[in-house]
Design a protein around this ligand. Sequence first.
Ligand code: 3PG
Length: 306
Amino acid sequence: MRKILIATVKPFAPVAVKKIRKIFEKAGYELQLLEKYNDKQELLQAIANVDAAIIRSDKFDEEVLKAGKKLKIVVRAGAGYDNVDIETASASNIVVMNTPGQNSNAVAELAIGLAIMGLREQFSGKPGGEMRGRTLGLHGFGYVARNVFRIARAMGMNVIVYTRYSKGDAAAIGLKVTKSLEDLYEKSDIVSIHVPARGEHIKSVSAEVLSHLQDGSILVNTGRKEVINEPDLVKCMEEKPGIKYMSDLTPDCEAEFEEKFPGRFFFTPKKAGAQTAEANLNAGLAAARQIVDFFENDDTTHQVNK
Ligand code: 3PG
């Protein structure tokens, strides 16, 4: 009997786990659950005798992957798979998949929420601003950014985007593509970051682009902290006292923010973008179905280490 592990430090909603269990029961597989674990040792033990794993931001490094002696497939229920050591997985013939788009509306709604929170001075009583009429710049144009666009347009915002790979898609829906990232940062009242923590995007939000932000603008990050050059952001916020940083990721230099920028930043206490019942259901069930399809039909759609 195939054994499947759900390993989630940040658990799915119970309703999602219940439905995932049903999918595996129907396929004749056994489900094991490791939630809210504090100790890597627990994960190393749990992974040792399973054929597949569903994870979220759980770190699957070389040690974990190598401990999975029978492991054939890992599905990251979500978009970003920077938490999985892809090189080791490929060398060990472990298929890695994500579930693209499944939690994107939840993350997009949080991005809009953070933008509003920043504009409204964090509900401190200071007069704030409104989204309508302002320019929102999308840094990247994947599933999350497309949902942000849909919501922002309905709010009466002027939306612009910088994308290298999806220019045609953006133009097709009448979205203005800026000529450069610098141009996007310069023209936006609010910039929302939607690029993965991979390749050229790592630390790509650096002084080069940040220096183009208008004083008074808001930077929203619901992606990954690794795309930000933190010392450059701190310097930029020192130079332009109207800039705010609203993020679903706590930066490494959190203490510096607390000391230097009171009232000008907000970090969700726990990464919360995809933590809705709907997103858990969408991504969790997609992950379960992908595992069944992989074993029963050799389906490798959404494999990220082909
Ligand atoms: C993702 O990459 O899908 C999001 O960042 C959500 O991550 P989470 O599953 O850890 O909440």
